[in-house]
Design a protein around this ligand. Structure first.
Ligand code: PAF
Length: 283
């Protein structure tokens, strides 16, 4: 695996590869890698010629400074994992390399409703920061294929929208890859490392509550179902930001169900200081 820290070097290398007809697959990450990330690398390897992973803990997408400070960093281990997964290239830039002119956003991305519901509501500015860094990375890498994890359901929709609004609509194919779970159902996440032993044992309840919603889903009003699921989490010691059922394609809230509309259940809740998110397509 070749490691790049400078944009200029990466640019030069990718341009040369592109000229030989190689298709570039890109897996953007914030590091603290786990099997979920590695599955994206493997997916990229199976359908492109050259797989690039980036590790960059993007300061502009953290709406809570403490979350940024505490975000797990394990670069050495990440490099070992990427090598073992057969990743070809790693981009590991410093903040000044990504934001040479400072971190203030130059543009405001129009994300429509995605910015005011669920994660957009509870993490103001988060998706603008995600778009800022992903747009910058896309301009650097110009990937043929981009690999994202469905664990971040709303982020996948935001990035798909970003791609539609920028010059990448024709160029870059987005692959949304399934969420990988631990044996007890907990969705794999870098933040899981911050859970202590007791919290880790409790954390599976988020997935269980989403499964409860899926199993109990019936046409009609949905408020009681999500309220019950929320109570289950609160009783186990979670501080729930939301547990909601939404339209799977738009994330518009769904107060009731006609038995046909495609739905997804989404949850975000704190265990101690750690905020976990998860989702489950329902039908
Ligand atoms: O999902 C992540 O790890 C980040 O939000 C991303 C897409 C790498 C942008 O910083």
């Amino acid at each position: 695996m070749i490691l790049f820290k400078r944009i200029a070097d990466l640019h030069k290398y990718l341009d040369a590869q592109r000229q030989t007809g190689k298709k570039i697959g890109f897996v953007p990450t914030m590091g603290a890698l786990h099997e979920g990330h590695l599955s994206l690398v493997r997916q990229s390897k199976s359908c492109t010629d050259l797989t690039l992973c980036s590790i960059f803990v993007n300061p502009t997408q953290f709406n809570a400074p403490r979350d940024f400070e505490k975000y797990p960093v394990s670069t050495e281990q990440d490099i070992t994992l990427l090598v073992s997964a057969g990743c070809d290239l790693l981009f590991l830039p410093a903040v000044a390399e990504i934001y040479p002119e400072g971190q203030r956003p130059a543009v405001h991305y129009d994300l429509g409703m995605l910015e005011s519901v669920l994660e957009g509501k509870f993490r103001p500015g988060h998706f603008q920061g995600v778009c800022q860094v992903v747009h910058r990375l896309l301009d650097l890498v110009r990937p043929d294929d981009l690999f994202l994890g469905q664990k971040d359901y709303q982020q996948c929709m935001v990035i798909t929208r970003l791609i539609e609004q920028t010059g990448y609509r024709e160029k870059t194919r987005v692959h949304i890859c399934p969420t990988l779970r631990e044996e007890d159902g907990l969705a794999m996440s870098s933040r899981n490392r911050r859970l202590d032993k007791t919290e880790r044992a409790t954390a599976k309840a988020i997935y269980q509550s989403l499964c409860f919603i899926k199993n109990q889903l019936r046409p009609g009003e949905l408020a009681e179902l999500t309220e019950t699921a929320g109570k289950q989490l609160t009783e186990k010691g979670f501080r729930v930001d939301y547990i909601e059922i939404a339209d799977a394609a738009s994330l518009a809230p769904c107060p009731s169900w006609d038995g046909k509309q495609k739905l997804v259940a989404l949850a975000a809740a704190f265990l101690g200081e750690v905020r976990l998110i998860d989702n489950l397509p329902l039908n």
